[in-house]
Design a protein around this ligand. Structure first.
Ligand code: CA
Length: 235
């Protein structure tokens, strides 16, 4: 299972250690940052699923960190801060923090907030992967999850090998794929007999995809002596 990664941003070693221990017990993996610049760097390179953020850091205000991170990421940010003033809480939430926990916090409370944030992360990811599981290019549509191919809304029946070839081309739409590249990806190596098979499979696949208009290629372009390319019809 892919473990969720959490970034702890906290300059108080005692609090940071308590959080680290809590996360370890909860089965999470984590990294720590003890100031704002480290936090930004770790947020970029470690790509955590969640950030736990102290507002009072030596070099930067936590609110500025939230603003910076929000320029490129919508990862949940849970502010964990000793400040109880409502104004701090409001400016952190305004800047894009998702949740706010006041120190001293209970370990159970911290874990509960993390679970809530992670449910959001997982739900977002599921949505994103559902969106990327459909390929659309002009009238050609591939439903990767179902393993089905459609042209103008009508299902095209492909053999497993034709389907594999089509997916490979689709995933590299716009790029010319060399014979060798295709052979390595589909057959796992380059040899003469597979080369002959590739030509046969591609001829049949193109006939199924292009219909009667093989002469005027709309989707799968042949580059003689080089390879094949899926043309893009999406602007
Ligand atoms: Ca602090």
């Amino acid at each position: 299972m892919n473990k969720h990664q959490i970034l702890i941003v906290e300059d108080d070693i005692m609090v940071s250690n308590l959080m680290a221990t809590t996360l370890e017990m909860g089965g999470y993996v984590y990294r720590t940052a003890k100031n704002g610049s480290e936090a930004i760097m770790e947020a970029l390179s470690y790509k955590p699923d969640i950030m736990l953020l102290d507002l009072g850091l030596p070099d930067m205000s936590g609110v500025d960190i939230i603003r910076k991170v929000r320029e490129w990421s919508n990862m949940p940010i849970i502010v964990v801060s000793a400040r109880v003033e409502t104004s701090d809480k409001v400016s952190a939430l305004d800047a894009g923090a998702d949740d706010y926990l006041t120190k001293p916090f209970s370990v159970d409370e911290l874990l509960a907030r993390i679970r809530v944030a992670l449910r959001r992360v997982d739900a977002d990811r599921e949505k994103a992967s559902a969106a990327t599981s459909i390929y659309e290019n002009g009238s050609l549509r591939i439903d990767y999850a179902a393993g089905c191919t459609y042209m103008d809304g009508k299902e095209i029946h492909l053999t497993p090998m034709e389907y594999k070839l089509l997916c490979l081309l689709a995933k590299n739409t716009g790029k010319v794929l060399s014979y060798n590249y295709i052979l390595k990806e589909i057959w796992g190596g380059v040899n003469e007999s597979d080369m002959a098979s590739l030509r046969v499979f591609m001829t049949v696949l193109r006939r199924k995809i292009e219909g009667s208009s093989v002469d005027d290629t709309r989707y799968i372009q042949t580059h003689v002596g080089i390879g094949y390319r899926m043309l893009s019809h999406n602007s």
